[in-house]
Design a protein around this ligand. Structure first.
Ligand code: SF4
Length: 357
């Protein structure tokens, strides 16, 4: 079922559909309030109108998200949620809410950034509860026991994803790189009732030996252009793990045993893997990357950058330097989303793979 068909189905079932911009947000609150959050990362569109509203040096996550709205493809949505991921998303939120004259509720979610203190926790809890209170005006009150169930479903999703990631890191998954991310990314719009069985089925079906070629880690915002995955498959390379904002950094979160669902969500947020958009230090990010490299036997890291993504670009030079000093191969590529891999990028990836083979 396509994303569009799924949205239509959910709407018919009486669910509210929200367009959610990257990256991390309290999905459990939305699920519990009968909302199907549909994440907007890289819709496959040609840019026709967005450039008139944006500076030329903006990332294509923002450009494509705005284009989706301008082309009227969000007209049937019941609202938008803008997490404060970075300045670019923040600017997009202003354009949509303040200047486009859209008659749609826009919600904002502000995460505290590192370094975290006690006050960060209080701030986060207040924002979780504040968001629920604002949503209540449109959607009705939040059912506490339903929220508890949704937090539990969130744990199940995480547990299945973790199992899949662990299997992949140990070379025990027969799925290709393309297949792996195709399934993982369904979580960007499927509700847990539908995502959990999909993950279970994929887990069972893909148990087996991974390709024998060299292993790499992918780092960046999201696995796009998808052609990079196809190329790595063709070259017999196993993506053994990732450090993508859209994937492991926000999906592989530690469990919280807290009984209060808000406490559990807060604990999970503060225990998330390090990320540029949370203000994590380079040391934390390096430790995280080295943990992944050691756990998977990867021989190198490919930084698959979205052009003009400021938060990521700040860290990459230092990460590359440190990785190289420890004898690891690195490759940095940057491209616009959905624009494929140029011949030059293709050649650079092939040369990198030859080097680590
Ligand atoms: S790609 Fe980078 S700059 Fe663009 S929205 Fe994502 S984190 Fe922000």
């Amino acid at each position: 079922m396509t994303r569009k068909e799924y949205i239509i189905k959910q709407k018919k079932m009486g669910r509210h559909i929200f367009g959610v911009f990257p990256a991390q947000y309290p999905r459990e609150i939305l699920w519990a309030m009968n909302v199907a959050p549909v994440e907007i990362w890289d819709p496959p569109l040609e840019i026709t109108g967005a450039n008139a509203h944006l500076q030329p040096y903006i990332c294509s996550v923002v450009k494509l998200g705005l284009e989706l709205i301008l082309q009227g493809k969000c007209d049937d949505l019941d609202g938008f949620l803008f997490p404060h991921t970075c300045d670019s998303i923040q600017n997009l939120a202003s354009i949509v809410n303040d200047y486009l004259g859209m008659e749609k509720p826009c919600y904002f979610f502000y995460h505290p950034k590192a370094p975290f203190r006690d006050s960060s926790r209080i701030f986060y809890m207040e924002h979780l509860k504040g968001l629920a209170a604002l949503l209540k005006q449109q959607l009705g009150p939040l059912d506490f026991s339903k929220l508890n169930q949704c937090v539990e479903q969130g744990r199940q999703v995480t547990s299945l994803l973790r199992e899949l990631y662990n299997m992949r890191a140990s070379g025990e998954i027969s799925a290709s790189n393309v297949q792996f991310y195709r399934v993982i990314r369904q979580g960007e719009f499927l509700l847990p009732d539908d995502f959990i069985p999909l993950l279970e089925e994929f887990l069972t079906a893909s148990k087996g030996r991974s390709v024998a070629g060299p292993a790499v880690i992918l780092s960046g915002v999201l696995p796009n252009p998808p052609e990079i995955l196809t190329l790595l498959d063709e070259l017999g390379v196993r993506v053994a793990d990732d450090d993508f904002l859209s994937c492991s950094r926000r999906l592989l979160v530690p469990f919280s045993q807290a009984r209060d669902p808000f406490e559990a969500m807060a604990e999970t947020y503060f225990a998330m893997p390090p990320c540029t958009t949370k203000g994590s230090s380079i040391d934390e990010r390096l430790n995280y990357l080295f943990g992944k490299i050691e756990g998977s036997g990867a021989r190198g890291v490919i930084f698959d950058m979205v052009k003009f993504c400021e938060p990521e670009l700040f860290d990459v030079p230092q990460l590359v330097k440190e990785l190289k000093e420890r004898g690891l191969a690195t490759l940095v590529i940057d491209s616009e989303l959905n624009q494929g891999l140029s011949g030059q990028l293709n050649t650079r990836v092939e040369a990198f793979v030859e080097m680590i083979s």
